[in-house]
Every structure is written in C-alpha cells, then in structure tokens.
Design a protein around this ligand. Structure first.
Ligand code: NAG
Ligand code: NAG
Ligand code: NAG
Ligand code: NAG
Ligand code: NAG
Ligand code: NAG
Length: 551
C-alpha cells in the first residue's frame, strides 16, 4: 500500500495526464485535492453486452501453469460453457462434442464432452514431449455430433527442463491454488495456502534472524518482504528464510518499471529454495503507472525465470483492470475499509464519490463487506474479459496495520480481522498477505491462531483442493456461507458480518450428502446437523466466524 516509504518514489506518468490536474494529484484517476477540477477517470470496465443467442465458450487451459521434465503426466482443463458473452454461435439442441487436443499433428488426448460443462479433465502423457523453455502451442478441436460444426481454440503448454536448485512454484489452474517444490518437499509438489503478511524489512525482518523464526513460529507460512536488492543487500535475510523454509514473495515495487534493474535482481533471487512468487507493481492503478509497465516487467521476468508466478496488487475498484492485470499471473486486492470515512476525506477536506476524492478505499462503503465486494468485482471483470483471465487467482491483502494513517482511524479488532479473512476465502481468495507485519500483539495473537488452522490439514486440503461454492452472500444482509468439497467431506465456512443471529439454520444444497459433523476446526460455536440443515447451538454473535467439517 501507499504511505509507507513508497509515496514519492514513483514518478507521475505523462500518458494519462489530463491538462488541468497533474497525475500525481490523482488517485485511481480521480482528482482528490480540494478545489481541483473534476476529471473523469476513465478506464472503467463495463458489463459486456449480451448476445441474443447462446454461444459456446470453448476453452482449453493446462491444469498446471508449468510442468517440469520429471513429471510424467499432466492434464488439460476443457470448458464448454454456454455463454451470452464469449464464444461461437451454438444451437440449443442436445449435443455432444468430440474433442481432440493436438500439438502440431500429434494427438495428445481426445474424448467426448457435453456442452454447458466446465472443468472437464483430459490427462496427457508428458513423456512423449521434449522439455524446453519455449511453450508448446496446443490446439483443441471440438466437433458437434449433431451439426458437424467445428470449433477450435488454442493454448500454450509449458514443459520446462528440470530445475535442480531452489524452488519451483506453479498454479493449479483448476483451483487457483499454488503448488511448490523445494528441498523440504522431497521432490514432490505440495499445495500451499499462503497466509501471512507484507513484512517490514529494515525495522523487523532484517533486524535479527530470531524475528524471522518468531514469525514462522506464529504459523505464518509466507511473507512479502518489503525491500529488494535495489534497496539493500538482502542475502542474509533470504538465507535465513531458506533455512527456516519461510516462503517469500520478492517485492520489486520500487524498481519494476526499470527493466535493467529487474534483469539484475531476478538472477540474485530465482534459485533460492524459499522463493514463492515475484511481485511487481504495488497499486499501479492508484499511481496511474503506464498501462503497459506491469506487462513489460512480467514478460522480462518470465524470460529470466519461468519457474515462479508473478503477482501484483490493484487498489482501485475499477480502473484499467484489463491493462494492469494483464501483467501478472496472480491479482491481489487491497481494500482497507476499517476506520475510514467512505464519503468524506478529512485529509483532503473533500467528499468522495465515483469521480472525485480519495477516502483511502476506492468506491468503498466502509464496511467489512468491501473486501468480498472487491473480490467479486475482480472476478466479474475476469469473467467479462473471458479467456485465460478467468482462471487467474485472486489474493487478498487485508487490513491489519497498526500505524496511525490519515485515512484509517483505528486498527481492525481481532473479530473484524477474522471476518475479513474468512469473507475473502468464502468469495474465492486463494491466499492472504495482510499489510503489514509487525502488527499489534492483539492482532498477532488472533491471526496466528487462524493461520495455524487454515495453513494445515484438514482445512488447507479443502482451501487448496476445491473451489468455494457460495451458499449465502453476506452482501444480502445476512450470513456469508460457503462450502468446499473434498472427497466425501465438505468444509463449511460461516461468517456473520453484521448483527448477531438467533436460530441459525443453514440449508445445505440438495446435491450434497452428509450425515454428521466431523469437527469444528475454527470458532467457538457448536453445530448440529438436522437433516440437511446445519444448526448453530445458541445462535451466532455478531462478527462470528466458524469452520465446520461435515461428512
Ligand atoms: C508431423 O509433423 C512433422 C513436423 O511438422 C512432420 O515432419 C511429419 O511428417 C508429420 N507427420 C505426419 C504423420 O503427418
Ligand atoms: C446449463 O446447465 C444449467 C445447470 O447446470 C442449466 O440451468 C442451464 O439451463 C443450462 N443451459 C443450457 C443453455 O443448456
Ligand atoms: C541485515 O542486512 C545486512 C546487509 O545490508 C546484513 O549484513 C545483516 O546480516 C542483515 N541482518 C540480518 C539479521 O539478516
Ligand atoms: C535502473 O536500474 C539500473 C540498474 O540497477 C540503474 O543503474 C539505473 O540508474 C536505474 N534507472 C533509473 C531511471 O532509476
Ligand atoms: C464522514 O464525515 C462526514 C463529514 O465530517 C460526517 O458527516 C459523517 O458522519 C462521517 N461518516 C462516518 C461514517 O464517519
Ligand atoms: C463527485 O463530487 C464532485 C466534487 O464534489 C462533483 O463535482 C461530482 O459531480 C460528483 N460526482 C458524482 C458522480 O456524484
């Protein structure tokens, strides 16, 4: 986020300047200083217009963002959704598609799929292909049995040469979760649910190795160190993270627009066992960085290291999302709603609305629901954009700073911090790195407790091995409820973002077959299963969070 040491570092950008208001006096494209003329920010994505007839939205995606030579098999995900936005004309009659996946003239997989289905998996034998740095162009051809119409789409498969040092990290595109392999995993790719913070470097992580050990002992498994080799020689800190297996996101916020700096930094970091992901732009949309800057950094990083994904964080609610998000594999959001005044900025002495002002959380309401709202917004944009954008993981950057800031009058309470995390998970966030560690001892204690639950089995297995299905949306005023299915068990997450609720009964969907409560890994609430209705013993207090495993 802005504020801490980064404001002023990043220069204003000429391309987006309108004549009367300098870009550095705008945030998310909006003027925010009292007396500034109104400028229309632009760059908003709008819902696409709908086709009057159904379309077949055929898509193929490698199951994993990369494979390496030692992996003998892989998978493709084939989607054949019926859409009114993307795809080719489709007749409504019942049909089947004969699908063939090829590279040049070699058939890698084939089978039959039904229209209006997604997540069809096609195994592929990787032993027949030579590992190489370059992607393999892959074609999916689908022929309708009824009309003989031929549909065809393409993707790229990466089967990389083996990497013998450091870590290898990939995205499981089916669930948006991360898999990592390093010397601690015995050559096996392990799912990880990243739960941690951005971490202060000079004031904390670099102060003593025991600070890093302490962080790990709290149960946090990932950190984004807010520093780079362009700021300081980070070797000692990284070696400590290697030693204790604290996975880190390498943060190039201050230099990501300087490609020669990136070309120098990436080789210093890429072979470390504790490297998880790259991080380029920090709120490029807020700063109005050049629209193509994240993509340029992304392409360079991928050319130097294809073995780790790249992330960035977007701060604005809807400002050039398409352009900025094209520069990352993982899109993070950082809506901070606690203690703000969403309609009036004390700092700037102006009101805030969709075209003017900066109240610290762009187009927010100032409630905890701003967090899932933002995640939903990003998912909508991805769906509107279609194609591969749809499967990019979204990560949450929740508010847990304890520094007095102009926009935020107070810290979140423990309950609020838990609610923001769990709402983010219910709405599909696949990781959470809050801003910024160290936090208050109260928040540290609270978040450490949650981290130890969500990063470990059994909860981790649900969060990384399934997608959440939202049963009740807190935006409707009541509870926010989602479930994840894993084998014959489901994990149910219940959040009470608003007031307390008595006589809570949550009807489970008819397709689910469970008969008992296995455990309640999180929250002090007792639950019983009454037929197919989950009932809270004694109701739910305001801001309750609860995880229940059913079988
Ligand atoms: C397949 O393609 C390769 C390279 O394009 C070509 O050399 C080969 O003759 C083709 N094989 C068949 C069976 O068409
Ligand atoms: C697609 O499937 C859903 C149920 O999963 C159904 O409600 C919908 O009508 C189907 N759409 C078409 C065009 O067949
Ligand atoms: C902090 O960084 C300096 C290099 O800038 C290094 O010499 C020192 O060992 C680091 N301290 C720790 C505890 O990692
Ligand atoms: C870009 O990075 C290089 C290499 O670190 C450095 O020499 C140069 O001064 C940087 N350029 C700018 C404009 O900061
Ligand atoms: C926001 O500030 C305005 C102007 O001072 C005030 O009228 C309003 O009550 C404040 N709202 C909140 C939620 O604090
Ligand atoms: C937002 O506020 C500005 C400044 O007060 C005003 O000129 C503008 O009309 C408002 N925009 C909307 C959409 O209400």
């Amino acid at each position: 986020m802005r504020g801490v040491k980064v404001r002023g570092l990043l220069a204003a950008v000429a391309t987006l300047l309108l004549p009367s208001v300098a870009a550095q006096d705008r945030w998310c494209g909006k003027a925010y200083k009292a007396g500034s003329p109104l400028v229309i920010p632009g760059g908003q994505l709008e819902p696409p217009s709908l086709s009057s007839t159904p379309l077949l939205d055929l898509k193929i995606t490698p199951r994993h963002s990369i494979y390496v030579a030692s992996e003998e098999s892989g998978e493709f995900i084939v989607d054949a959704a019926i859409s009114y936005v993307h795809g080719s004309p489709w007749s409504r009659s019942p049909d089947e598609l004969k699908a063939t996946i090829t590279w040049q003239n070699q058939t890698l997989a084939s089978g039959t799929i039904k229209p209006n289905t997604t997540d069809n998996l096609f195994p592929v034998d990787l032993k027949t292909m030579e590992p190489r740095m370059e992607g393999y162009p892959i074609t999916l051809t689908a022929i309708s049995r009824n009309s003989n119409t031929k549909y065809s789409v393409t993707t790229e498969l990466f089967l990389l040469p083996e990497k013998s040092i450091g870590s290898v990290v990939k995205i499981d595109n089916l669930y948006g979760s991360l898999l990592y392999r390093n010397p601690t995993t015995n050559g096996v790719f392990m799912p990880i649910f990243p739960y941690g913070f951005y971490g202060d470097y000079s004031g904390y992580l670099n102060k003593s190795a025991s600070n890093i050990e302490n962080y790990v002992s709290k149960g946090y498994n990932v950190v984004n160190v807010v520093s780079s080799f362009a700021d300081d020689d980070m070797s000692a800190t990284i070696q400590t993270m290697d030693r204790v297996n604290l996975l880190f996101q390498y943060d190039m916020r201050g230099t990501y627009k300087n490609l020669s700096s990136l070309a120098w930094q990436v080789p210093l970091v890429k072979d470390h066992p504790s490297l998880l992901t790259w991080y380029t732009a920090d709120e490029p949309d807020g700063w109005q960085d050049p629209l193509d800057a994240p993509k340029q950094a992304y392409d360079l990083i991928a050319s130097l290291d294809k073995y780790h994904p790249t992330a960035l964080v977007l701060n604005c609610q809807n400002y050039y999302f398409k352009e900025y998000s094209s520069g990352a594999d993982i899109i993070m959001e950082d809506a901070y709603p606690v203690g703000i005044n969403a309609t009036y900025s004390k700092k700037w002495g102006t009101s805030c609305n969709e075209t003017f002002g900066d109240c610290g959380c762009d187009n927010c309401e100032g409630t905890l629901l701003d967090v899932p709202n933002r995640i939903d917004d990003f998912q909508s944009y991805q769906a509107w954009l279609g194609g591969t954008a749809m499967r990019k993981p979204i990560w949450a950057v929740p508010q847990s700073f304890s520094i007095p800031e102009d926009y935020w009058s107070r810290d979140p309470t423990s309950d609020e911090a838990w609610v923001m995390d769990m709402l983010a998970f219910n709405h599909g966030a696949k990781a959470r790195l809050a801003w910024i560690y160290p936090v208050s001892s109260e928040l540290d204690k609270a978040l450490s407790k949650l981290s130890k639950v969500v990063t470990a089995s059994p909860v981790k297995d649900f969060l990384t091995g399934a997608n959440p299905v939202l049963l009740q949306d807190g935006q409707q005023g009541g509870l926010d409820v989602a479930y994840w299915m894993n084998g014959n068990q489901i994990l149910v997450s219940v959040v009470a973002p608003g007031s307390s609720a008595a006589n809570v009964g949550i009807p489970l969907p008819s397709g689910i077959q469970v008969s008992r409560v296995v455990s309640t890994p999180w929250g002090g609430i007792g639950w019983t299963l009454d037929g197919m209705t989950l009932r809270a013993k004694g109701g739910l207090p305001s801001l309750a969070t609860s995880l229940i495993i059913l079988q």
